[in-house]
Write a protein that binds this ligand. Structure first.
Ligand code: IVH
Length: 676
């Protein structure tokens, strides 16, 4: 039966629309419509295809998971081998690479080579073959010349377009990149797997590689995979730009996802600056990387440089120090934190990991310890990611010695001897000693003087522990009664350090209400909540007197936090300490209450933030807008009043311009806020 032209047209339109939204959601990370709308379009298409099966094509969005399981993987030959990269672990090694590039190209030593710099993604390399814009094959890297055919699996990855967008692409285009599992998806997948009694995935890299090697594409489809593309292979019947960075840009135009962190940098200094910057951002990226890659940007230079065995001479991976290492557990002890949380900590055979020597690693809590089945004597994998506290990831059971010791949860606080209690449903066990417990006291003090709180320079952990052990300092207010003589009489304290310390203690009194509140260490009151409270009330005393209902009017403050704040200030002991601090001369600028959500100057105004703002994080910008009553949302629509944009702003800015929405660059934004 012939399908009416109107139905064909409708099917085509639906596909076009679904592809558009797919790209917005999975590639640009910038959905335009709610999920329900997308689901509706998809259902409409499915219904039409069901009624007219002859219309189904392999590139239809309904066909992502359509393929039948395979019984074995076919072999794919890489006509252009998929190369690997040489590594540089040190600055010297990077310098050697740069020098070789310059020597080989026979260009002046001071000539500034441009490198395309990208994060080195920790996933699995994949080749995607597009013919006339249609995805016809997906393959693993394999040994570089022969890989496995995983077409049925790559088709299920939402970031992989089944057909290229736009026009101008070569007739045959092989695109290469890295498939990876974002950390949030990895965590979510594992939580769900464990809840169902399934095995957890070991790490995101294995998870990505393993997911691609499933015979049944439905299993791959259930794994949260993503992909950034980073190069091309075979190109036939068309031309690409003559710079690597520009090739990535056209791939992006054709609907492929490229890493937003990519930059073009100049010379060795540019490389090092990029390495440092990505290193700092690493823990916030949301996916694992193990270094950065620099590629000579000009393709004519790349051609001149050529290859050595399996790696190009025009590219190098600059690796971060290893984040995971093996070592053995010497002992497990229990540490008491500021809120009394009793945390098992593994004492380790020291090991160099993530750039430092690690001899302690957290085991989080007893449930975690038992789940991982960590015993004293075990060989374990230690992970240190960025500035995060090192943790024990897992035990290498194969290396378990005959005699190991199991770890028992303590019934009493190892510091003050009070009972350790664990509330039903909570993972954390706590010392019930409160401020009677020297450990809790010391931790509370460390928090009070920490950089983001009152920022007392020169008052380190050891010194605080000493002062607490001497019972000279029991609470923050006691710090402000310390004398020069007392300090000098302490171990390892010279006159100069004592004077410096006294000066920074004195300086800390001049602060902000937000820092003061944060420093008090009220449970559940982090930096952002402290800042919200400070903005909302403007002064300390109304916060101390506010009812739970009043507190809940503050953005960020829900019933649990409100109760915590109320009970903190109801405690006579806490009020005494606050009074003593105020008496010692604390001061900050008081402001008028900014009744945030109800009648701020920006009440009713909707903001969208896009791109990278300099010197201010998105959260900070958001806090400032909210403090004035404004609302911040994720996508631009007719309801948006202002789009604030920073460097590398993309489609959101374009859309704002299209919809004639007011846009503010960073300077204009700062001025705008201060005008309110
Ligand atoms: S370029 C000739 N760029 O690293 C260029 N590779 O050690 C070859 N990788 O097999 C690849 N991120 O799986 C390139 N931004 C990136 C990369 C990257 C991760 C992987 C890739 C490759 C391995 C080489």
């Amino acid at each position: 039966m012939a399908v009416p032209a109107s139905v064909k047209k409708k099917v085509q339109n639906l596909r076009r629309e679904i592809r558009y939204h797919n790209h917005r959601y999975h590639v640009l990370d910038d959905p335009e419509v709610p999920d329900a709308e997308y689901d509706r379009l998809m259902r409409d298409l499915q219904d039409l295809e069901k009624a007219h099966p002859s219309l189904i094509t392999p590139d239809s969005p309904t066909q992502r998971v359509g393929a039948q399981p395979v019984s074995a993987f076919g072999t794919v030959e890489h006509k252009l081998p998929m190369l690997s990269l040489d590594n540089a672990f040190t600055e010297d090694e990077l310098n050697d690479f740069h020098r070789r590039v310059i020597d080989r190209l026979d260009i002046a030593v001071d000539s500034q080579i441009e490198y395309a710099a990208e994060p080195k993604l920790d996933g699995a390399a994949v080749s995607l073959l597009y013919e006339k814009g249609q995805l016809v094959r997906g393959a693993t890297r394999g040994d570089g010349t022969k890989g496995e055919d995983i077409t049925h699996n790559v088709r299920t990855i939402p970031a992989v377009p089944l057909s290229l967008m736009g026009k101008g692409f070569p007739r045959v285009l092989e695109i290469r990149g890295e498939v990876f599992m974002p950390l949030a998806g990895f965590e979510r997948f594992n939580t769900e797997a464990l809840a169902k009694g399934d095995k957890a995935l070991v790490n995101p890299r294995n998870a990505a590689a393993g997911s691609l090697r499933q015979l049944d594409p439905r299993l791959t489809a259930a794994r949260p995979l993503d992909m950034y593309v980073y190069s091309v292979g075979i190109v036939d019947g068309g031309k690409l730009p003559d710079r690597h960075s520009e090739i990535l840009s056209v791939l992006e135009d054709w609907g492929m996802k490229v890493c937003p962190e990519r930059r073009v940098v100049t010379g060795i200094d540019g490389c090092l600056e990029y390495y440092r910057r990505i290193g700092e951002k690493r823990s916030a990226l949301g996916y694992d990387i193990d270094g950065v890659v620099y590629k000579v940007d000009r393709l004519d230079y790349q051609r001149d440089l050529g290859f050595v065995s399996r790696a190009p001479r025009w590219a190098i991976a600059h690796k971060f120090p290893a984040q995971e290492e093996l070592t053995t557990v010497r002992d497990v002890e229990f540490q008491v934190g500021r809120t009394g949380a009793v945390t098992p900590v593994a004492r380790l055979e020291p090991v160099f990991v993530g750039g430092v020597t690690v001899s302690n690693a957290t085991l989080h809590n007893m449930d975690e310890l038992n789940r991982k089945d960590v015993r004293i004597g075990d060989t374990v994998v230690i992970r240190r990611a960025g500035d995060v506290i090192p943790e024990v990831v897992r035990v290498i059971k194969e290396r378990r010695p005959k005699r190991t010791r199991k770890v028992k949860a303590p019934a009493h606080c190892p510091v003050c001897g009070s009972d350790v209690v664990r509330i039903e449903g909570e993972a954390v066990a706590r010392c019930s000693g409160g401020l009677f417990c020297a450990a809790q006291r010391a931790e509370a003090l460390k928090h009070f003087v920490s950089r983001r709180a009152l920022d007392v320079d020169g008052l380190g952990s050891k010194l605080i522990e000493q002062l607490v052990a001497l019972e000279r300092v029991k609470n923050p207010a006691d710090l402000y009664t310390l004398t020069r003589e007392e300090l000098i009489s302490l171990e390892r304290m010279g006159e100069k350090s004592a004077d410096n310390l006294l000066a920074s203690i004195e300086r800390s009194k001049q602060t902000t209400l937000a820092r003061f509140l944060f420093g008090l260490g009220i449970r559940e009151v982090g930096e952002a909540t402290a800042a919200s409270l400070a903005t909302y009330f403007g002064k300390l005393s109304p916060i101390m007197e506010a009812s739970e209902e009043e507190l809940q009017a503050v953005p960020d403050v829900g019933p649990v936090v409100a109760t915590r704040i109320r009970s903190f200030f109801d405690e006579a002991h806490n009020r005494e300490i606050i009074q003593a601090l105020l008496d010692s001369g604390f001061s900050w600028e008081e402001t008028e209450p900014a009744a945030i959500s109800t009648n701020g100057p920006l009440t009713g105004k909707v903001f969208v933030l896009t791109g990278t703002l300099e010197g201010i994080t998105r959260d900070e910008a958001k806090d400032r807008i909210q403090a004035l009553g404004g609302k911040v949302t994720g996508s631009v629509s007719k309801k948006t009043d202002y789009v604030v944009y920073g460097e590398k702003a993309g489609s959101k800015l374009a859309k704002a311009q299209k919809l004639d929405i007011a846009t503010l660059d960073q300077n204009e934004f700062e001025k705008f806020l201060s005008d309110q």
